[in-house]
Design a protein around this ligand. Structure first.
Ligand SMILES: [Zn+2]
Length: 372
């Protein structure tokens, strides 16, 4: 990232042994970097060979049909179709006559099967993935509806966020061909591009996912005082993400407040956990589906065996400690990032070659003077 951004913007702005200015990463919080993929795409390679956004637009797929694709993934695993009320009561597109919160969300209204999504779906690859994420919540909610009310929740905070993402990892070129969106599956040469694009979102997010609660917990414990809120924020951003503030900051700024979950008081570790868990779920379900090839090319779509394992975990809700829920699906009791490493292993090899002779890691900025 740093090398390529340095080539685009100059090494004055992007020092090659220092931090990357946060505003160059294509996302308001520099939490996921996939939006600047074109700047760092492998040179001379054929690229990923297709553009999912273009495929969706070419088919004139509307918001409901995009959602149907997500539903069909779950029914292919053996889950029941969504109830008719889902289709009449959800919000799929941005209304023309009023303001709504467009941040995508999934809802469980009656703790039985009145599940809904609220989303302003656009015909893009990003929204196609997001729908699978939101439906993961809805199918989880419906699966644990036989549990007593106190157990009608995810096995832990990370589980709920990881289900739909584990499903979305199965949206491989092979799968897109199966469902009629893609004509020709690109060869293995396209894997690097696909994995790089994926890593810019999934891997780059990890330090960000970790640091939000680091900051919140330090604030709650009093370790960080109000006079140091912004300084402490940027120290964590520097240390974990290796990104620097675009401009000089002071305690007259309150940058953490720009992240919804900070003023909204929503714990954030769930998203960090989900990033790790989704790969572990995905690998477990691929194994159950009998898949034996390179992990990143697996799609467990259509596997009733995988569906049964998934459902065994979902229907437990929060009734058992989470290691038991994890075991019901994957056979493992411990959270393990090994599946994530395995998924990205071909990319890691490529990156090691690209980075040979270059500085890996970054020097910290001089600490900002502590305010009194
Ligand atoms: Zn979610």
């Amino acid at each position: 990232m740093r090398t390529r951004l340095g080539e685009s913007y100059g090494t004055q702005l992007v020092p090659q042994n220092g931090m990357i200015p946060a505003h160059l990463l294509g996302n308001m919080w520099a939490q996921e970097w996939g939006n600047v993929y074109p700047l760092v795409a492998p040179k001379g390679a054929q690229g990923s060979g297709y553009d999912l956004t273009e495929l969706i637009r070419a088919k004139k797929t509307d918001a409901k049909e995009m959602t149907r694709y997500g539903e069909r993934f779950f029914t292919s695993l053996g889950f029941d179709s969504l109830p008719a009320t889902f289709w009449t009561r959800s919000l799929f597109t941005k209304p023309a006559d009023r303001d709504v919160v467009c941040h995508a969300s999934a809802w469980n209204i009656d703790n039985v099967d009145d599940v809904r999504i609220k989303m302003c779906i656009e015909p893009t690859a990003e929204d196609f993935i997001t729908i699978h994420h939101e439906l993961g919540h809805n199918f989880y909610q419906r699966a644990y509806n036989k549990q007593p009310p106190l157990f009608q929740s995810g096995a832990n905070d990370g589980f709920h966020e990881a289900i739909g993402d584990a499903i979305a990892l199965s949206i491989t070129p092979e799968y897109l061909k199966q469902i009629g969106l893609l004509d020709r599956v690109p060869g293995p040469a396209a894997d690097t591009a696909l994995l790089l694009r994926q890593a810019m979102d999934k891997v780059a997010f990890l330090p960000f996912g970790l640091l939000i609660d680091q900051w919140r917990w330090k604030v709650f414990s009093g370790e960080v005082k109000p006079a140091d809120y912004n300084r402490a924020w940027w120290e964590l951003r520097n240390r974990y993400q290796g990104v620097s503030a675009p401009l000089a900051r002071s305690e007259g700024d309150f940058d953490p407040g720009a992240k919804y979950h900070v003023p909204g008081n929503t714990p954030y570790t769930r998203y960090f956990l989900a990033r790790v868990l989704q790969f572990q779920f995905y690998k477990g379900l691929c194994r159950e589906a009998g898949y034996t090839g390179p992990l990143h090319r697996c799609s467990f779509a259509g596997s009733k065996a995988a569906g049964q394992k998934l459902n065994a975990m979902l229907e437990m809700g929060q009734s058992r400690p989470w290691p038991e829920a994890l075991q019901a699906m994957t056979g493992e009791r411990r959270m393990d990032a090994g599946a994530m490493l395995e998924y990205f292993a071909p990319l890691k090899k490529w990156l090691d070659e690209q980075n040979r002779g270059k500085t890996v890691g970054w020097e910290q900025a001089a600490p900002v003077a502590r305010s009194r």
